[in-house]
Design a protein around this ligand. Sequence first.
Ligand code: BGO
Length: 694
Amino acid sequence: MTYKIALAGNPNSGKTTLFNRLTGSNQYVGNWPGVTVEKKAGKLKDHTEFSIIDLPGIYSLSPYSLEEVIARNYLINDKPDAIINIIDGTNIERNLYLTLQLLELGIPVVLAINMYDLLTKENKHLDIDYLKERLGCEIVTISALKDQGIDELIKTVITLNRVEYSPNIDYFDPKIENILDRISNKLPLKTFAKRYFAIKQFEQDEKIIVDHPLDPKTLEMVKKLEEERDDDSSAIIANARYQFINKIVRLSSEDQQELTISDKIDQIVTNRWLALPIFAIIMTLVYYISVTTIGTIVTDWTNDVLFGDLILNGVKDFLVNMNTSDWIVSLVSDGIIGGVGAVLGFVPQMLILFTFLALLEASGYMARIAFIMDRIFHRFGLSGKSFIPMLIGTGCSVPGIMASRTIENNNDRKMTIITTSFIPCSAKLPIIALIAGALFNEAWWVGPSAYFLGIFAVIISGIILKKTNLFTAEPSLFVMELPAYRVPQFKNIFNSVFERGSSFIKKAGTIIFISSIIIWFTSNVGIEGGKLVFVSDLNNGFLATFGKIIAPIFQPLGWGNWRSTVATIIGLVAKENVVNTFGILYGVAEVSEAGEEIWSNLAISFTPFSAYSFLIFNLICAPCFAAIGAIKREMNNSKWTIFAIGYQTILAYVLAFIYYQIALFASGNQLNTLTILSFIFVGIILYLLFRKKK
Ligand code: BGO
């Protein structure tokens, strides 16, 4: 007779170390069926009738990640005789979550509490007898690393009484139990892991209800409970499990575990009601300080004095003294200094923003933001995992989009790739700062609103797209370890800001530099009198001719002039190009030389409404070519790439259209066809948001 023992546990719980202890050199490695994930198995040392199967490290049995699918399929299909569940004793609350799910399966579990050497070192002891009584399974404390408790573990496994095994899995309240009973009674009598399946059906786990749909009456009961508790069914189950875990661990710990400072901060920062307002206040302050207050003081100097006066006049005087021809003087001053200088002028604001973001990251708050956003995202069909690429995307969308690789669920990954660039990257910061400074007179709300507009676009896209046939599955559960808060190290902050800042400056010296030269030539050269000449008026240049053909498309958004049109299109090469194109086309160099505010010409072309509409479109539309390339690589499919870019651009157009037309109407303009059309767009969006999912 041979017995199959599965070894299950969270990643990093010491599973590999224990597996090696249990099997010694008696190991064989293969692959799990159908996938290229390594499968390790071996014979129990000195008891070769027991084979040990090492399952992939998992946090739960919800079959969303590949590892979870493998582990779950093995446990349910191969029905091992027992499970050794190894848990990290220093992180017992989180680890016990999987334990409860394993107990719910009905397969006998031996709980191996690992890292006990670390607990002992800190003079902490768990009340094992109490834990045993509450869980109803065998428990052994071990140190896989130090080879302590392993013999006792082996002895417990081989003498396990599988017949009288009865775990205590009665931690759900009567209302949940009532529904679980109903579901259980409807399952075939001999169903293996009946309790587990009943819970999964209660949670409306997509993969389970395909084969075992809930009957309408039970589904109604579940929905009613969800409404009553203002949570979805899987969160109701998760809450009940965690409440139980909290109770048994608190009571079983011999010395009262004190809350750490991190725990105390988290009680406020991740509080159900306070978390979002705190997040909104922090991000508003970050953008307000970096884009408007301190950022502006420094940027005004770099724009008006450094680039607009010192460098510009210095270089111009030098070239004139060298008797350089007029067009070269203009190319260097209007094209290169006007263009590249316009972008570099915003570097101080960017460095301040990067410093704040790095501080939030290094202190551990960013990890909390992902946790907080998971609550919101999950409600709207997105996974909190999507927020990690978005956090990375605040620097540059390209690594942000690439970070979506870490999301196993195909739907969630595609959704994240499509929406990551909605969160403003560093290249969009100059656009935001330009609009806030030159067109809104440093209004405090412009910077923060750009960030929240990005989050708004992500959320409405999540809801709308998840209701289409393209995205059907539920978002996957998001498990992440929240690191303790730390005082940020100066070196780490400096490195992070330096890395992001230098890549921005490098881009200004390469792509933006070359783009500026091309923009200068194409805008200054044209056909006059049948001849190719340097035009006297930019309105006659090639760029103007091209821009005027496309501009009518943007007329309903309030900025259908050729300059804004070409700035937007050239922004596809790199988003900073929006600013340098404006710099060249609005003659930043000329006006600054005349001693005026350098962006005064730009202000004449916009109203506050058209300026904000321009901002909306440029923040949400298709990202730069580098990011489009990243989308193509990550999607690995041309149709999906076209869909992503098309969706982003259409959404940008519709949002800017609605904003501009309704703003005009609200400010007293007469109702016209475009206003009616904007209301129709609002109606369509509301329909897409609130329609029932098929
Ligand atoms: C590193 N006690 C202690 N103190 N540590 C343990 C114990 C234990 O009982 N058991 C395991 N560890 P895995 P998964 C490491 O690798 O078996 C340690 O993912 C390091 N590596 O040594 O790999 C174990 O298979 C550098 O630690 O877990 C390992 O479940 C610095 O827990 C880690 C510090 O064990 C994970 C630790 C380069």
